[in-house]
Structures are given as structure tokens and as C-alpha cells.
Design a protein. Structure first.
Length: 441
């Protein structure tokens, strides 16, 4: 009997036919575990990817320019959280995961905050999903999480101070054709539509009868157009504020005149531009014809402009928008050119007058309305032509143009030639100023 049992044992030990099943059974445990890991982690990766996409959509969408948070940030005078942005981010996240199943959302934390001129949205989430195979090794659930952050730059707030030259020289014809019409219809071949209140036959009224368009007429309509452009450009209703000044209503009240105080009401500013008109005089040679007092006007407008800020709603950037033909006619013994009388100075603008404003951070945008050559006018030929450097039209070497450009901040200078429109140039300069603010702000 013992011998038989020994034979059976020896046969079992040496028999290999049943070992394959045993080995396979033993190998299945780690194999199933590996495959199960791959399946469960693949599910987790897919779910996380979709939740991350929902978080990305929420962070970006909650600070889009059309979002409630972006609109709310424009009304805030200080930094801080934006509650409507949090609600919006939550709603966007939920909408983008609406059809996603197989998990339990454990946490969603959106935050939307305004800091300076930036709106920042952060959306964090965590979720849990039950495993299908990892339970074999005791792992019954997997946790996935993610964070998405998006920022948006708010548009900068800008105060524009418009300084418009309405001195008698702006009564010249707007185009060479207008100039010629005036010359052909005046006994002294004068190209200026002088607004002389003591002369019933003054050239200002004559220009209107002849249908002549003067520079001041074009400036008036161009400034109105500028208000439309500003209104169409701004993101927030109070992003741009305007103030409008000229050189005075008459030669007897010469000096900086406020036509419209600083305000965000661009429609009111547009209405106020109707006041823009040529300075009147009470008889020829009133005030010695010295009616373009740059050396008095610039310090005065400088005082009107408060300290520039970083471009927030409570501390806007400051821009001076200067439109002129660039020639001073004033009492100034420190004249850049020879005096035409004991103290009378007729000269290109002194660029140093602009420097004080630029040095304290005010951006100076200059639109030079090219001073047209007036070869039939003896006064022009003697006193202005020498520095305008062109008998039949302004030269590229014109000191007037050079000094006007030197007055402007870099990149903020435009010149309007006789064949160009002031309105188009003013709008182009405005858009350039706004673009410059975004870059330098």
C-alpha cells in the first residue's frame, strides 16, 4: 500500500499537465489589476479632461468683454471680488458639463477679482469616480482635480482736453480753392475771413455768402465727428471724458476759454462744439492783431489738467489734443524769430511750451492744420513765409511743422495737408492716441 501511495505522489510531482491552469490562475490577479488600472485611469483622464474644458470655458467666459464681470469691473472704483463674475463662471462651468456622467463633483470654486486694470478669473474643481477594477486591490474610487485661470485687461480711462486754435488765422480758406475764392472777391486780395464786428462788410460774412469753407468751419464739424468716434470706440460709457477749450471769443477777451468742462457725456460735448467759432475783433488792429498767445495759453491749459493716473476709472490718463496752424502772434520779447514791432512776436510755436506737460506725464497729441502759403499777401510773405519755406505751399522743411511735431509726444503728431480732411485726421489721431494708451499704459 505504501509503495502504491509513493508511486502516486511521484507521478503527481513529475506530471506537468495541470500546472498550466494553476500558473494562469495565479497570473490573472496581477494581469487583471494592470488592465483594470488602465481602464479606470483612462476613464478618470477622460472625465478630468472634460471637466478641465468646462473650467477653461468658465474662466475665459467670465472675463470676456461681453461678460457681467467685465461690465461690473468698469463701475468699480477700487479693487476686489466681483460676485456677478463668480455666478457667471459657475453657470458656464455647469452648462459645459451638463451631459457628463460617471463621476461625483466634490467641489467647484470660482473666483473673479478686479486688480488695477486687470480682471482675473480662477476656476478650481475636484471630482470623484468609482473604480471598476481597482477595487480588487482595495482602490474603490479615484479623485481628479484641476484649475483654470484667465485674465482680461480692462480698457484704459482717458481724459481728453481739446485745445482748439480759433485765432483769426483759422479764418483762412480750408482748401486752396477756398483761398482763391476769397482772393478773387476781395479788393486787397485777402485770403482771411476776418470776423470784424465793426465792419458791416467784413470778410467773415463775405465768406459765408460766397460759400467759402474756412478752417474754423471744418474744425467745428471735425470736433463733432470726433465725439461720435469716441462714443463708438469706448467699451464703457464713462471711459472717455472730454473738455473743450479755445483761445477766447474775441480779441478783447483773449485767453483760454472753457467751452465745455470735463465730462463723460460725449453727446453733450458734441452739442457744445457748436460754440466753436472764429475769434471776433472790434476793428482792424485791435490788440495789435496779436491774437494767438501761445505763451499764455499753454501754461493756462496746463493748470486745467490734473495729474495723470494709471488709466483707472478713478485715476484716468490725461491727453492734450491740440489743433492749430502753429503760428504765434503775441507780445513776447523772447520770440523765436525777429520781432515785427517793439514786442510783437510772429513765430512758430515754441516746443518748450509743451514740455512742462509732457514732463509730468500728460500725453500731447498735435494736429497741425498746415499753414497755407499766401503769396498775394504782403504780410504773409514778409513775416511768415521765411519760416514756412515755400512760396506756393508749405515745405517739408517748414519750421512750423517741425516745431509742432516737437511739441507732440512720440507718435502723436498728424499734419493735415490742403487736400486732406481735418475730420479724418482728428479721428485718426484719436484712435492712435487710444492705441498708444494701451501700449504705454
Amino acid at each position: 500500500m505504501r509503495a502504491a501511495i509513493g508511486i502516486i505522489i511521484r507521478r503527481f510531482v513529475h506530471d506537468r499537465r495541470g500546472n498550466i491552469a494553476l500558473i494562469f490562475a495565479l497570473c490573472c490577479v496581477p494581469l487583471i489589476t494592470v488592465v483594470g488600472c488602465a481602464v479606470d485611469y483612462s476613464r478618470a483622464t477622460q472625465i478630468r479632461s472634460k471637466l478641465q474644458g468646462a473650467a477653461d470655458a468658465a474662466s475665459v467666459g467670465s472675463v470676456a468683454k461681453s461678460s457681467p464681470a467685465f461690465a461690473a469691473a468698469g463701475t468699480m472704483t477700487s479693487d476686489g471680488p466681483i460676485s456677478v463674475g463668480v455666478t457667471d463662471a459657475q453657470n458656464i462651468f455647469d452648462a459645459n458639463r451638463a451631459n457628463l456622467t460617471g463621476y461625483t463633483l466634490k467641489n467647484i470654486t470660482p473666483t473673479v477679482v478686479k486688480s488695477g486694470s486687470t480682471v482675473k478669473s480662477t476656476v478650481s474643481f475636484s471630482a470623484e469616480l468609482n473604480t471598476m477594477f481597482l477595487g480588487v486591490i482595495g482602490k474603490t474610487a479615484l479623485t481628479v482635480s484641476g484649475t483654470s485661470t484667465a485674465t482680461a485687461s480692462m480698457p484704459l480711462y482717458i481724459d481728453f482736453y481739446l485745445l482748439l486754435d480759433n485765432s483769426p488765422s483759422m479764418g483762412v480758406g480750408a482748401t486752396p480753392g477756398d483761398v482763391q475764392t476769397m482772393v478773387n472777391n476781395t479788393s486787397d486780395k485777402c485770403a482771411f475771413a476776418c470776423h470784424d464786428l465793426k465792419d458791416k462788410n467784413n470778410y467773415y460774412d463775405l465768406a459765408r455768402k460766397l460759400g467759402v469753407t474756412t478752417r474754423i468751419d471744418v474744425l467745428r464739424s471735425a470736433t463733432q465727428s470726433l465725439m461720435d468716434t469716441a462714443s463708438a470706440t469706448e467699451t464703457y460709457s464713462n471711459q472717455f471724458r472730454m473738455a473743450i477749450y479755445d483761445f477766447g471769443g474775441s480779441a478783447s477777451t483773449l485767453g483760454l476759454r472753457n467751452l465745455f468742462s470735463l465730462s463723460a457725456s460725449l453727446s453733450s460735448a458734441k452739442s457744445a462744439t457748436g460754440k466753436i467759432d472764429l475769434m471776433s475783433v472790434n476793428g482792424q488792429n485791435e490788440n495789435g492783431d496779436q491774437d494767438t498767445a501761445f505763451t499764455a495759453i499753454f501754461p493756462a491749459i496746463d493748470k486745467e489738467i490734473s495729474s495723470p493716473g494709471p488709466g483707472t476709472s478713478s485715476s484716468p490718463l490725461k491727453y492734450l489734443f491740440f489743433v492749430s496752424d502753429g503760428v504765434a502772434d503775441e507780445s513776447n520779447t523772447a520770440c523765436l524769430k525777429p520781432l515785427s514791432g517793439s514786442t510783437r512776436c510772429q513765430s512758430p510755436l515754441n516746443p518748450l511750451l509743451c514740455k512742462a506737460m509732457r514732463d509730468r506725464g500728460v500725453k500731447v497729441a498735435v494736429l497741425y492744420t498746415t499753414y497755407l502759403a499766401l503769396p498775394t499777401n504782403s504780410w504773409y510773405m514778409k513775416w511768415i513765409n521765411p519760416f514756412n519755406a515755400g512760396p506756393y505751399g508749405p515745405s517739408p522743411n517748414s519750421e512750423i511743422a517741425q516745431n509742432m511735431q516737437s511739441c507732440a509726444s512720440p507718435g502723436l503728431y498728424f499734419e493735415v495737408s490742403p487736400t486732406q480732411g481735418i475730420s479724418e485726421a482728428m479721428n485718426a489721431l484719436f484712435k492712435k492716441a487710444v492705441a498708444d494708451a494701451r501700449i504705454s499704459g
